[in-house]
Design a binder for this molecule. Sequence first.
Ligand SMILES: *Cc1c(COP(=O)(O)O)cnc(C)c1O
Length: 424
Amino acid sequence: MTLQERDRAVNWHPYTQMKTADDAIPIVKGKGIYLFDEQGKQYIDAVSSWWVTLHGHAHPYIAQRVSEQLNTLEQVIFAGFTHEPAIKLSENLLNLLPENQEKIFYSDNGSTAVEVALKMCIQYSHNQGKEKKKILAFRNAYHGDTFGAMSVSARSVWTKPFGEMLFEVIFIDTPTSENLESLKNQIENFADEVACFIYEPLVQGAAGMLMHKAEDLSELMKFCREKGILMIQDEVFTGFGRTGKLFAANYLSQKPDIMCFSKGLTGGTMPMGITTSSNEIFESFLSDDKYKTLFHGHSFTANPLACTAALASMELLLNEETLNNIYSLTEAHLNFSKILQRHPKVENVRQTGTILAWEIKNDEQTSYFNDIGKLLYQEFLERGIIMRPLGNVMYLVPPYCISPFELQMIYDTILEVLDSKICI
Ligand SMILES: *Cc1c(COP(=O)(O)O)cnc(C)c1O
């Protein structure tokens, strides 16, 4: 049996209608920005394998560090025990974050990082004898697939079967200079009852790379601070250089209370989630009363291998070479976005740092058009580039190590495909 046949027999893939989906492509090797299939065909990973890979696949430095750690200590219970990789990673990360972030809570993915953040906020008021139950989130938000994370995400086809079981959330528009006052008025009415406001800063990834301005978000954050509303900044996607700066936080004039990280945290090598908190939140859990404890934990909390991968990835990230690459990638996207803007089949071109997105013009809502994402996906695959359009939204989120030459090849291919008959 081929790998595809064996896969089909046993595996259930994420976000995949298994009845109609094409067979999954078996990947046997990764190197830099490339993935190689069984036949040796190579693909440029232009989506960083679901936005996680920062420095390319199978990076030798991360591999070496993880391999050393694997031979030293692979896992230890993190309740009652600790280890240097977790201590060092916490120290290093806190050094890079807004100065009010002082404690690190480990888990294993972006959704769990969000669950922990929500629990921290709700229990924060509970521990003070208050019950704040309302939660604010942005329209079109995406914060993950576990129940709490789903609840604070937009209601969509993804969440439909669970509709009644998700807790209630107040969804507000993302801020613009025009709607800021009305947003504040909306929130003002029930500000006292709000446990927290959770948001993806600057870029709403899964919604189709929707973007808003840092100054408008800062203004909204300032208002939340004044009203005593706790803020959870979900940097699961935007963290570690994606926005052109190390964190979206670096664009904002206000500080959140809690931050969430995953995806690029380990350079895309291993699953890990982090929730950071201010001392104010942390201290609200300190008590002789056992009931004020944060009763949350995962078997693999602060797994030493994942911590080591994150340490190695952060070292690479802070190298001058990587920072230069992020800068060049941002500049190249900026130049290409000007070309895209003039293209008759393209609209709503937008960019934040290394993230570039645009839409294929939709003059008629035909069934053909609804399938355009899939057609584009297949066309790019055939041409050796992995892109995963979200409906008619196309985007590029490549690993930072992509060379100017490889990037130009992707841009040229995009223009060729836009001019082909797929995009009539
Ligand atoms: C991907 C994502 C998550 C969920 O992370 P997982 O590791 O896939 O559970 C949460 N928030 C944002 C902003 C994301 O992009």
